[in-house]
Design a binder for this molecule. Structure first.
Ligand code: AMP
Ligand code: GLY
Length: 419
């Protein structure tokens, strides 16, 4: 089969690396890809926002399956447009991608399907929102509706911070905005993934992300600074509860609405004293979670994705390694506010030579002289595998230490909750 993968991050390098191992694969194209995906297939400079260009490419290259990595093309309806002309695509329809694209939509679905989540209220009016904050008190959570790449959320410790966040979103001069104000939940966070074929959901492995930029979970939120899998907080018992209380009711509610969900359902969870509660949904693989899931997946990814879109997914399609995986994100100095690009990265082959290590590219660029430079905020994801999370961690950090990149930085405590 000829496959087109959409995206250019560390997640897409991990997906490309895994797809390239499939016996079903004849050719792999990545649009737009990065220097890492170029080692697994052919990068093509398509503008994926132009669906007609993507369709024309698929038709001329006889693409049998399109795999969509990031959320933006899903929310823009790329899967719908491909399917409308008979091209198979992995990922939810535009209507089903609202689970990620609209926090208000997901909150309503939770109420309808009785899914455990934080209590909430929606506002478009600034004064009403501020009055609500004053009656509820702090800590309290303020979220912009719509896609915000993980930056649209403020966990306000004080009423003043909450009021400021409300004004940032709904203050004078801002039209058409909507916010969700939520009860603050307490516990340990985990990322939970399931493949869903419209009716059946099969759990993928669990993982834990590290969202804050600094050691000890300090500083601003990022896309994710590192991850490991499995997440010990997601015990067999918690996994069963997540499937029964959160994932299955969501899949059933989406089907009942006439907008069945197909693709990866990624639940951000808070494991509270009273059990798992949903923080939010994403409708794709997490990044950097994908960089620890793919190395642990023993089964053929391409076969599992095809089973998912054809509505015949079964638990035996996904077999996991008993080994643990841990990834360290190597980011450009200045990330997340203002990452410095163009700095030269050296000695990646030394890192890749460390036992059990794979180096995934995210924001990198190959210059004409052959040198590799930083070209984004999160630049590399260095994954180690090992018998335990500790072993995976020492291998990942040994590889990170071998990289020669004065323009980068990383957290030194990835995995601290599990080790
Ligand atoms: P989100 O973009 O919805 O994942 O939110 C980003 C981060 O904000 C989450 O990973 C949590 O750490 C935090 N967060 C979001 N909603 C809540 C909530 N209701 N209670 C506590 N923390 C939250
Ligand atoms: N690592 C979190 C995300 O992909 O949204």
């Amino acid at each position: 089969m000829r496959v087109l993968l959409i995206g250019s991050g560390g997640r897409e390098h991990a997906l490309a690396w895994k797809l390239a191992q499939s016996p079903l694969l004849e050719a792999l194209f990545i649009a737009p890809g990065n220097p890492g995906t170029a080692q697994c297939g052919t990068n093509v400079p398509l503008n994926v926002a132009h669906h007609a260009d993507v369709i024309a490419f698929c038709q001329s290259e006889r693409i049998g399956l399109v795999v969509v990595g990031p959320e933006a093309p899903l929310v823009a309806g790329l899967v719908d447009d491909l399917e409308a002309v008979g091209i198979k695509a992995f990922g939810p329809s535009k209507a089903a991608a609202r689970l990620e694209g609209s926090k208000a939509f997901t909150k309503e679905l939770c109420v309808e399907a009785n899914i455990p989540t934080a209590a909430y209220a929606r506002f478009t009016d600034c004064e009403k929102a501020k009055a609500y904050v004053r009656t509820q008190g702090a800590p309290i959570v303020i979220k912009a509706d719509g896609l915000a790449a993980g930056k649209g959320v403020v966990v306000a410790e004080t009423i003043e911070q909450a009021i400021a966040a409300v004004e940032d979103n709904l203050g004078s001069g801002i039209a058409g905005a909507e916010i969700v104000i939520e009860e603050c939940m307490f516990g340990e966070e985990a990322s939970f993934f399931a493949l869903v074929d419209g009716t059946n959901a099969v759990a993928l492995a669990s993982a834990q992300d590290h969202k804050r930029v600094g050691d000890g979970d300090t500083g601003p939120n990022t896309g994710g600074m590192g991850a490991y899998s499995p997440a010990p907080v997601v015990t067999v018992e918690i996994e069963a509860r997540v499937m029964a209380e959160i994932i299955q009711p969501t899949v059933a509610a989406m089907a009942k609405r006439g907008t069945p969900f197909k693709g990866v359902l990624f639940a951000g969870l808070m494991i509270t004293e009273n059990g798992p509660k949903l923080i939010e949904y994403n409708t794709r693989f997490g990044d950097p979670e994908c960089e620890v899931l793919m190395p642990r997946l023993k089964s053929d990814l391409l076969a599992a994705l095809l089973a998912t879109i054809e509505g015949r997914l079964k638990p035996s399609d996904l077999v996991w390694s008993d080994e643990a995986a841990l990834t360290v994100v190597y980011a450009a100095k200045g990330y997340p506010a203002k990452p410095e690009t163009g700095t030269v990265i050296g000695s990646l082959e030394k890192a890749a030579a460390v036992e059990g290590v794979t180096v995934f590219h995210a924001g990198t660029k190959q210059r004409e002289d052959g040198s590799l430079v930083a070209n984004g905020g999160r630049v590399l994801a260095v994954t180690g595998m090992g018998g335990t999370i500790s072993e995976a961690k020492s291998r990942a950090y040994a590889a990170v230490a071998a990289i020669d990149w004065p323009g980068g930085f990383y957290r030194s405590d990835i995995g601290f909750r599990a080790v």
